[in-house]
Design a protein around this ligand. Structure first.
Ligand code: 6PG
Length: 250
């Protein structure tokens, strides 16, 4: 695994802006290299500002959306118009405001039976990445971080965390009384770039537990995110980074 980078951000807006600039740079490089940019989006609340920024003229005009393929890193097992749907959140913040071909939007079918939806999504990834065995190489995977150290829908103790063969897994999250669909660790760790987006004081304890001096990250799902040959970036707001030693020249 390559050395991870920690990008300290003033606040959630600054984080979104820095992540948007990374998106722009990665998109240009990927399109120059392979003619397309494949990204897996994160759910939750933190990426919403980024998605809205990418939809703003300042950024949307700099992106060849017809060459961008949007996937999701995880989804709640609800219909696409449900308030809990990560797809819906993304549609409202981004998709409804950009000219992206509908065939470039590859959502997880949260409304279906979880096992069926996971198998279908895996087949979608195999068709898109045209690979039989080698794990899919996303150009970018965006991830959030829960206070318990979960990321995507890889929760502490969940069966999905143990998945070593399939690229898409399901899990029942007891504390949420809900099923989830998620990319597995093999799929996440095969990416060219993985970027965590972490904002807010409420995340400072888990950030310290994962990135702090005497941390033991492997005890948390997010600690298992270690791209095999790809890059790993942590975009962290200064309040979330309160417990770790990072240069604070903001
Ligand atoms: C989801 C996410 C999940 C999220 C974290 C952080 O579908 O909920 O993918 O992993 O990123 O729970 O969520 P917040 O950004 O809302 O703190």
């Amino acid at each position: 695994m390559n050395e991870r980078e920690i990008i300290l951000c003033r606040d959630a807006d600054d984080l979104a802006r820095k992540a948007a600039e990374q998106w722009i740079a990665l998109t240009a490089a990927a399109i120059a290299g392979s003619g397309r940019f494949a990204v897996a989006l994160s759910g939750g609340s933190t990426p919403k500002i980024l998605y809205s920024l990418l939809a703003a003229p300042e950024f949307r005009e700099r992106i060849e959306w017809n060459r961008v393929h949007l996937f999701w890193g995880d989804e709640r097992c609800v219909p696409p118009d449900h308030a809990e749907s990560n797809y819906r959140m993304t549609r409202e913040a981004l998709l409804s405001k950009i000219a992206i071909p509908s065939e470039n939007i590859h959502r997880m079918a949260g409304e279906k039976d979880p096992a069926t939806a996971a198998a279908e999504y895996e087949q979608k990834l195999r068709n898109f990445f045209q690979t039989k065995d080698a794990a899919p190489r996303f150009d970018l995977i965006l991830l959030g971080l829960g206070e318990d150290g979960h990321t995507a829908s890889l929760f502490p103790g969940s069966t999905a965390l143990k998945e070593t063969v399939h690229w898409v897994a399901t899990s029942y999250v007891e504390r949420l009384h809900a099923h989830r669909l998620t990319l597995s660790l093999p799929a996440i760790n095969a990416a060219a770039q993985v970027s965590f987006l972490v904002a807010g004081e409420s995340k400072s304890a888990i950030v310290k537990a994962l990135l702090g001096q005497d941390s033991n990250p492997i005890q948390y799902p997010a600690g298992h995110v270690r791209p095999v040959t790809g890059e790993l970036s942590w975009f962290v707001t200064q309040d979330a980074a309160a417990g770790i030693a990072v240069p604070r020249n903001l």
